[in-house]
Ligand binder design. Structure first.
Ligand code: PEP
Length: 250
């Protein structure tokens, strides 16, 4: 049985006080026994203060939205996987389409990040997903297959610490989610692609859906056979709505 997982990607939102208020609200509304692995991914400066609240209370895990491709040294402005681990992170998002597109993160850069994060014992939420024109040209399966190359190059001990997030770029922040059928079709394809390496790994790897997932569509999406939960952007910024999404996964 694969676990259900709901992860919040706060992106560049929430000041310290706003973030702490949201965490306190979420803690007051959730219980530890809902069988959902819940992960909060705030901005870097909020990680440690939130960790201090969560540490006393294991209802939510902490994740970062990115990590450096370098381990340490003269890289001004970077934050390493080891530093993330030291401030209480258990997870890191790698390969988000905004990082790929706006910050020009190539497959080679993502491979470095993936290996460094896993070496530091962080679990990786690895994002893949096609652009609208690629889907219109029916290239979406090929695009995602190529993006999975870095994952296929991992050994089984590494793969066990990877979660895949399928996030079609045309669905992110647009209010237009993939239909449950479109999402299931791609999730199944991702699982079949992992199965070319190991059937057992393919059966065990969690695959999350992301892209305008909200309280109204989460239940239908999460009910699909190969959808193991969600990576949630905008809807994770509103406490009530995020709680409803967690309920939808439980
Ligand atoms: C995301 O960017 O990871 C995401 C899923 O965003 P949204 O839910 O806002 O589409």
């Amino acid at each position: 049985m694969r676990p259900k997982i709901v992860a919040a990607n706060w992106k560049l939102n929430k000041t310290l006080n706003e973030g702490l208020d949201l965490v306190q609200f979420l803690l007051s509304k959730t219980n530890e026994h809902d069988n959902v692995i819940k992960i909060l991914c705030p901005t870097f400066p909020l990680l440690y203060p939130i960790h201090q609240i969560l540490d006393k209370n294991k209802k939510f895990y902490l994740g970062a939205q990115n990590c450096s491709a370098f381990e340490r040294g003269a890289y001004t402005g970077e934050v390493s996987a080891a530093i993330l681990k030291s401030v209480g992170c258990d997870y890191v998002i790698i390969g988000h389409s905004e990082r790929r597109k706006i910050f020009n993160e190539t497959e080679d850069i993502l491979k470095e990040k993936l290996h460094i994060a896993l070496k530091e014992n962080l679990k990786v939420i690895y994002c893949v997903g096609e652009e609208l024109n690629q889907r219109q040209e029916k290239l979406h399966f090929n695009v995602v297959k190529n993006q999975l190359e870095n994952i296929l190059s991992l050994n089984e001990d590494q793969l066990i610490n990877v979660i895949i997030a399928y996030e079609p770029v045309w669905a992110i922040g647009t209010g237009i989610n993939a239909t449950p059928k479109q999402a299931q079709e791609m999730h199944q394809f991702i699982r079949e692609t992992i199965a070319t390496k190991s059937t057992e790994m393919a059966n065990n790897i969690p695959i999350l859906y992301g892209g305008s997932c909200n309280a109204s569509n989460a239940s239908q999406l999460f009910a699909q056979k190969d959808i193991d939960g969600g990576l949630i952007g905008s809807a994770s910024l509103k406490g009530d709505e995020f709680i409803q999404i967690i309920y939808a996964a439980s």
